[in-house]
Design a protein around this ligand. Structure first.
Ligand SMILES: *Cc1c(COP(=O)(O)O)cnc(C)c1O
Length: 223
């Protein structure tokens, strides 16, 4: 199926979720996660009008970024090893996986312009998932004050792999609650206006709970 057709279907569903939540579809940015697909398929996504592309590995990003025609906005969405920062930092606009000070330090050292970062939170507490515990988020935000290249644009989470809607909703609600706490701090470097949550299986629920960026791979560009 063509990306453009899948996109149309997803936009309808986003519209439904927004209606339920009393939100505007313009508040929701779709990130097309191209990590499983070819450069050609990523190019097709760009041509369908998707501007935001996401990769979770440095080699995936480096393989695609100079081959695509057009000007995608790149999002790095996977766990990021400190030693890999150097190779991706001038290619990405957003990093969704800030989860430790050593990474903040390296981003700050290597970046030539401010980088929009999301603090990754492990809301569900699953051991296999990266991210700070919810309790660690506020102290971490305070510690980021000294890194002038880091903008805390928002929070990111990956929900547990389940069909249980209540579990998913609970997870997203907790991230939203944390976002409100960060916003209440009124820090110039941490506007925290964005919530990066929702993937192929749960983006509608995430949007109902306040997602402003959904990261969709399989359902959008899957071949
Ligand atoms: C792969 C990935 C996605 C997209 O997953 P799909 O289920 O294919 O939509 C979103 N976020 C992260 C962090 C990922 O690694």
């Amino acid at each position: 199926m063509k990306v453009a057709d899948k996109l149309q279907d997803i936009q309808l569903r986003i519209g439904e979720a927004c209606e339920i939540a009393g939100r505007h579809p313009e508040e929701v940015t779709i990130i097309a996660v191209t990590k499983y697909v070819s450069t050609e398929r990523a190019q097709e996504a760009l041509e369908a009008g998707l501007i935001h592309l996401g990769e979770n590995r440095d080699d995936g990003l480096l393989n695609k970024w100079d081959k695509l025609e057009g000007e995608p906005v790149w999002h790095f969405i996977g766990s990021l090893q400190t030693r890999k920062v150097k190779s991706i930092i001038d290619k990405v606009s957003y990093i969704h996986s800030l989860d430790r000070l050593s990474l903040a330090q390296e981003i700050n050292k290597r970046a030539e312009r401010p980088i929009h970062c999301f603090i990754q939170v492990n809301v569900s507490g699953e051991e296999s998932k990266h991210g700070l515990t919810p309790e660690e988020v506020i102290p971490f935000v305070n510690q980021l004050a000294e890194y002038e290249k880091i903008i805390v644009s928002g929070l990111m989470t990956m929900a547990p792999f389940t069909d249980d809607e209540q579990v998913l909703r609970g997870c997203f609600k907790q991230l939203k609650q944390l976002q409100t706490e960060v916003q209440t701090m009124r820090l110039s470097y941490a506007p925290c206006t964005e919530l990066s949550m929702g993937m192929s299986n749960d983006y509608q629920i995430a949007i109902e709970e306040g997602a402003t960026m959904v990261r969709i791979g399989t359902a959008l560009v899957g071949e």
